[in-house]
Design a protein around this ligand. Structure first.
Ligand code: GLU
Length: 282
């Protein structure tokens, strides 16, 4: 078993991250497997080295040890580009110059109706239809979207955590209607979360992806990309989110719940485990 924790260094780790990290760590250790770390820093406008340092410091303080080298997404931009080229050559991508406002305007036109998928508004297809004259290479100032009508196929994956436990079958028609042409490369990033996470999980040999239930709906995109790129599909385990006393999910901006704050206040790692409802370290 190989699990991973994949934080973005864009703010302090909070209780929700601690839960996710301990969960993945304990699951691997219990099975005699490996626990790997990945720094998801493709958004260079928000990633900061001091947040990355704080992540290592907090994880060590929590008593978590990780195996093997740490994988940093910003070191892998050429890998993401190669995968995009493969998909582009297979005619599964199109360049998209729409702004968010263009998409909102087209999607809310009376005949379209506004529909949301795992990635926000479902793309109304403007540039896909325009793009029948496929340019040789994507424009430098365009995003790249998956042409879902061409790419979709029936997929399935195994989920082992209680919230969504079972085998999930997603039909080609549902991917087209309810997911649509997702962005695989953002203009300024050269990739997107969906593409990077799929390539990175495969590169790290992850057998069990454990993460918050907020990413459950995105998993169908990941499983489709694995099929298109001939990569193995791991087993998934989407765990409950840690919420505050009002039931609101914790976000990085809720500084009050940063692990660093609890540390300053004298909490122990086992206090954190107790707070998130996980057993004390053995
Ligand atoms: N980087 C993501 C986050 O911090 C996690 C993505 C994943 O586990 O697939 O929420």
């Amino acid at each position: 078993m190989i699990t991973r924790f994949a934080p973005s260094p864009t703010g302090p780790l909070h209780l929700g991250h601690a839960y996710s990290a301990i969960f993945a760590h304990d699951m691997a250790r219990k099975a005699g497997g490996q626990f790997l770390l990945r720094i998801e820093d493709i958004d260079q406008s928000r990633a900061r080295p001091h947040w990355e340092e704080q992540i290592y410091d907090d994880l060590r303080w929590l008593g978590l040890t990780w195996d093997g080298p740490i994988l940093r997404q910003s070191d892998r931009l050429n890998i993401y580009r190669e995968a995009l080229e493969t998909l582009w050559e297979s005619d599964l991508l199109f360049a998209c110059t729409c702004t968010r406002r263009d998409i909102e305007a087209a999607a809310s036109a009376p005949q379209e109706g506004v529909q949301y998928g795992p990635d926000g508004l479902i793309y109304p297809g403007t540039c896909r239809e325009r793009g029948s004259r496929r340019p040789g290479t994507p424009l430098p100032d365009s995003a790249l979207r998956l042409n879902m009508t061409r790419a979709a196929r029936d997929i399935r994956f195994e989920e082992i955590c209680a919230l969504h436990k079972g085998t999930h079958h997603i039909s080609r028609a549902d991917l087209i209607d309810k997911v649509g042409d997702v962005v695989l490369a953002r203009r300024e990033m050269g990739t997107s979360y969906h593409l990077a996470v799929v390539l990175d999980d495969a590169a790290q040999g992850i057998t069990h992806v454990t993460r918050g239930a907020d990413l459950f709906d995105a998993t169908q995109i990941h499983v489709l990309l694995q099929a298109l790129l001939e990569l193995p599909t791991p087993t998934y385990c989407h765990h409950d989110l840690i919420r505050d006393e009002n039931g609101k999910r914790l976000a990085k901006r809720d500084d009050a719940r940063a692990i660093a704050k609890y540390r300053e206040d004298g909490a122990t790692p086992d206090d954190i485990r107790r707070m998130v409802g996980l057993p004390a370290s053995s």
